[in-house]
Each structure stands twice: as structure tokens, then as C-alpha cells.
Design a protein around this ligand. Structure first.
Ligand code: CS2
Length: 488
């Protein structure tokens, strides 16, 4: 079958929305690091909106920091791909034209550095996942013994890490008399802008103190909250879209109608006139905290409990009444720890969130969300638990979610099916758990990971007790039985 491409655009069915601008006239104002499905369904759409509105400065040069997979999907398609927005029975297809080029950084580091240092580049966005920042998840300190970061501390000639690329390119810009770019972290990290800024300035300081000062003074690292559910594309999704388009699209993404991007009003250069779904505001932290603790916290709980119960997709987990009550209880607990923005109606947000999770056509896999738990739990669940304990409040639902993560580390679900624990700390955690013979000992082994659990929380008897109780139930009776405690 013919691939989607510039030449094939006129052959698309009439109901497929396509770029309304002249792609040949677009310049690349954005460099994106980490072009996965999330970027293609989120920031790329926002810049595509700006292009459609007639501001042609906002094309994207995207980079993969590891694998050539996305480049191989997109290059034969001239960077074009379809975004399918699914909402129950309704489905809308739109071809996004914002991505002009995909660079595989390890193959051609100089090409990525040149794009970052180009005078046309005003904004750099990043979706490199929590672990890409090379920061300790609990404390936010640079992980100095990470081999890639150690290489970037030694030399930035061919950077290995995202912070390394930014520092090397900022040095070139400074030497050329260019201003820095605005660097926007779009990962689900608390204070993501500050974390990125700290990583970049700290690494710069290892090489050149003046450069570090220049970045601190002239650069901008806005805080952001990003939100859109983007499940990984499957072979069936690609096959179904081919039938509909009459063209093959290997780079398609599927997502929900909802899109939100709250960006701190802190830019050091030009920015587009942002359109639908984007809010530029002074204070992002309350948005970010509400989203991390309500959406992502419950998502992780659903992923581990559903995964242990051998349930594949989020909406199928929520078909169980006891799972819905568990999620509502987790939200009740999380809600008392928030200082939500005035514009946020938390009750309505919770209702909408449940409806988003229920979307049956997204087919969001529990195993996808279960990835990288050690990097996610601190901001999604552990900070919430610490805040509840400080107020003398209960942590029943929150601690069940954490216990389910601990149980997930065993590598088997309740039916005995094996799964791979996909996590940068998987080996270390497995080694620590191997020597632990009882639930008490397993909890103690996990609490000793101070890169994940802050020492003050690890010392809490209430937390240790709750985790041990739930882990005992999960190990003897399984996740369905544990969820059953939320029916009363
Ligand atoms: C999910 C998120 O995979 C995960 O960990 O919780 O990717 C979630 O879908 C997004 O943050 C929604 O905005």
C-alpha cells in the first residue's frame, strides 16, 4: 500500500483534516527532544495550530535521543502523520504537518547541535521521560554516576544526554552572540522547569562557570503542566487506519479529545500566539500538583492493581465497581493535599477524569503506565502520602497503590503470568527483594531506596504499617480482593 506523504495528500478522503499552510515556506522555530507518540499528539499539534493560523515560524525539528524507529516511520512520509482523536463512537482524523525533520541523535549528534544553535530556533521542548533528566527522583540532585551523564561531564563534543545537548548548544549560541532559546520540559515531573534548569546549569558549571551564569541570567525554563492521554499505537491501529485512508501511515498516533498545556509565562524569546488548549500563566505549580496527584496518581494505582489482576486496559479495570470506588477514595485522599488554582473545579475535574479513563476506544494498556514506577511514584503518590501523614490523615487508598507497585516488582500477576518490570531501578530492586523472605522484609527493602522514598517518609510507622498490611493481602489474596475492601 502507498505510504502517506506530501505527494499522497490529495488522495486522502475528504473528511481528513490536513495542513492548511504551505509546508515548503515553514521555518523551524522549535527543536523537540524525544519524539514519541506523546509529543506528536500534544506539542506538535499546538505548533501545527500556530502554522495553520498563518505564523510560519513554528515548524519542528525533532530528535530521538536513542532509537531510529520514529525517524524510520516518519522520514518516508515527509514527516507527515495522522492524529486520530477517538471519543466513544466518534473519530476524527487530522494530518499534522509541523514536523519537518527527525534527527537520530546518536547517528548525527552534530546535526542536532546545529539545529539547536540555529538562529531560527526559539523554543526547545522536551519529552524525554522522567529518567531522561538524570536527576535523583526523590531529591532532584544530578546522578553523577550515571554513565551517560559522566560522559557529558567529561566532554560535550558528542553529548549523550538531553541536558548535555542543551549545554553544548547554548555554549555555541553564546559564542555566536545569539540569545538562548526557551527550554520547555513537558514531562510529568514536579517543577519540571526548575529541574531542567538545575540540570542544565549544574552541568554547564562543570565546564564553564561564565556559561552557567549566562544561562542562569539570560535563559528561560518555564514550568509546565501537560495533559493528554496518548496510548501507544498498535499494529491493529495502523491496519485499521490504512483501511480508512487507503494509505499506510506508520507514524500515526491515537488520542482523546482533551488537550491541556499550562505554561509558565517565562520566555526569553519569541513564542507563538498559542491557541486552543494552551494557557500561559504566572503560576503553574498548583495545576501541575493537581494533575500529578489526581490523574497520574490514580493512573499508576489502576495500572499496578489492574495489571496484577491480569486486566489489559484502563477502561476495563474501571468496569469493576470496586476499582471505581478505589479511585474515588484515592482522589478523596489526594484532594486534601492540593491548593488548586481558582479556575479549577476539582469535583468537575474528577468527573471528567473518570469519563476520560472510561473512553473505551483508546485502549490504554495498564502495562504502558506501569513502566518506570520508581521515577513516577515520588511525585504521583509518595508526596501525597507524606502530605496526608503530616496532617494526621489516613492513607488507605494511596498506600494500596504503592503496595501494588511493590507487588508488581515480583514479575508475576495474580494468575501467574510473567511480566517484565520495565524500570531503570528494576535490577537493583529485584536484588534487594530477593533476600527478603516476608512482606515486612520486602517493605523494609523498598523503603531503603532513598532515591525513591524520602528518608522522612521511610521512617513513618504509619506508612510502613499500611504498606505491609496491603502487601500481605495482595500476596495472599490478590489485587481483586484488595480492591474489594473499597466496596463498603
Ligand atoms: C500516564 C501518563 O503513562 C503514564 O504514566 O500516567 O502518560 C498520562 O497518560 C498522561 O500524563 C496524561 O496526561
Amino acid at each position: 500500500m502507498t505510504r502517506l506523504s506530501t505527494k499522497a495528500l490529495p488522495d486522502l478522503p475528504a473528511d481528513v483534516v490536513r495542513p492548511a499552510y504551505d509546508r515548503a515556506a515553514v521555518t523551524s522555530g522549535v527543536v523537540h527532544l524525544g519524539i514519541g507518540a506523546f509529543h506528536r499528539a500534544h506539542q506538535a499539534v499546538v505548533f501545527d495550530d500556530a502554522l495553520n493560523a498563518g505564523d510560519l515560524r513554528w515548524g519542528i525539528t525533532a530528535a530521538s535521543l536513542r532509537s531510529p524507529r520514529v525517524r524510520d516511520q516518519m522520514a518516508p512520509q515527509d514527516g507527515l502523520y495522522t492524529m486520530l482523536v477517538r471519543d466513544g463512537s466518534a473519530e476524527q482524523a487530522r494530518v499534522i504537518g509541523a514536523v519537518q525533520r527527525v534527527i537520530v541523535a546518536p547517528d548525527d549528534p552534530q546535526a542536532l547541535l546545529a539545529a539547536l544553535a540555529s538562529p531560527d530556533t526559539h523554543i526547545v521542548t522536551l519529552t524525554i521521560t522522567e529518567k531522561g533528566y538524570k536527576l535523583d527522583p526523590a531529591t532532584g540532585a544530578l546522578i553523577e554516576n550515571d554513565p551517560q551523564l559522566a560522559a557529558d561531564i567529561a566532554s560535550l563534543d558528542n553529548p549523550q544526554t538531553a541536558p548535555g545537548y542543551l549545554v553544548a548548544a547554548l555554549a555555541t549560541r553564546r559564542a555566536a552572540g545569539l540569545p538562548p532559546f526557551t527550554a520547555i520540559s513537558c514531562d510529568n515531573l514536579p517543577h519540571n522547569g526548575t529541574r531542567l534548569r538545575d540540570a542544565v546549569i549544574e552541568l554547564a558549571r562543570r565546564h564553564d562557570a561564565d556559561l552557567a551564569d549566562w544561562i542562569a541570567g539570560e535563559g528561560a525554563f518555564p514550568q509546565t503542566m501537560v495533559d493528554r492521554i496518548v496510548p501507544a499505537t498498535t499494529a491493529e491501529d495502523i491496519a485499521a487506519l490504512s483501511m480508512r485512508l487507503g494509505l499506510e501511515d506508520q507514524a500515526m498516533v491515537k488520542t482523546e479529545p482533551f488537550l491541556q498545556w499550562v505554561i509558565e509565562d517565562r520566555f526569553c524569546g519569541p513564542r507563538p500566539d498559542f491557541g486552543a488548549g494552551v494557557q500561559v500563566t504566572a503560576a503553574v505549580a498548583p495545576w501541575e500538583e493537581a494533575k500529578l496527584r489526581l490523574l497520574n496518581g490514580s493512573h499508576s494505582g489502576i495500572a499496578y492493581l489492574g495489571g496484577l489482576a491480569a486486566i489489559d486496559h484502563v477502561h476495563e479495570v474501571l468496569a469493576l465497581p470496586e476499582a471505581r470506588l478505589f479511585v474515588e477514595s484515592l482522589w478523596d485522599e489526594a484532594e486534601t493535599t492540593l491548593s488548586p488554582p481558582l479556575e479549577l473545579d476539582v469535583a468537575a475535574y474528577r468527573r471528567d477524569l473518570m469519563a476520560r479513563f472510561d473512553n473505551p476506544t483508546l485502549k490504554h494498556r495498564t502495562r504502558q503506565i506501569a513502566m518506570d514506577g520508581s521515577q513516577k511514584l515520588p511525585q504521583r503518590l509518595l508526596a501525597t502520602i507524606a502530605a496526608r501523614l503530616d496532617k494526621g490523615q489516613g492513607i488507605d487508598a494511596l498506600s494500596l497503590a504503592v503496595a501494588a507497585w511493590v507487588r508488581w516488582q515480583a514479575g508475576r500477576d495474580d494468575l501467574g503470568n510473567a511480566h517484565v518490570v520495565d524500570d531503570p531501578l528494576a535490577d537493583a530492586i529485584a536484588a534487594a527483594l530477593a533476600g527478603a523472605a516476608t512482606p515486612e522484609a520486602r517493605v523494609a527493602a523498598i523503603l531503603a531506596f532513598d532515591a525513591v522514598v524520602p528518608p522522612a517518609l521511610a521512617d513513618s510507622e504509619a506508612f510502613r504499617g499500611a504498606l505491609t498490611r496491603w502487601l500481605t493481602i495482595l500476596e495472599s489474596d490478590g489485587a481483586r480482593a484488595a480492591l474489594g475492601h473499597f466496596t463498603a
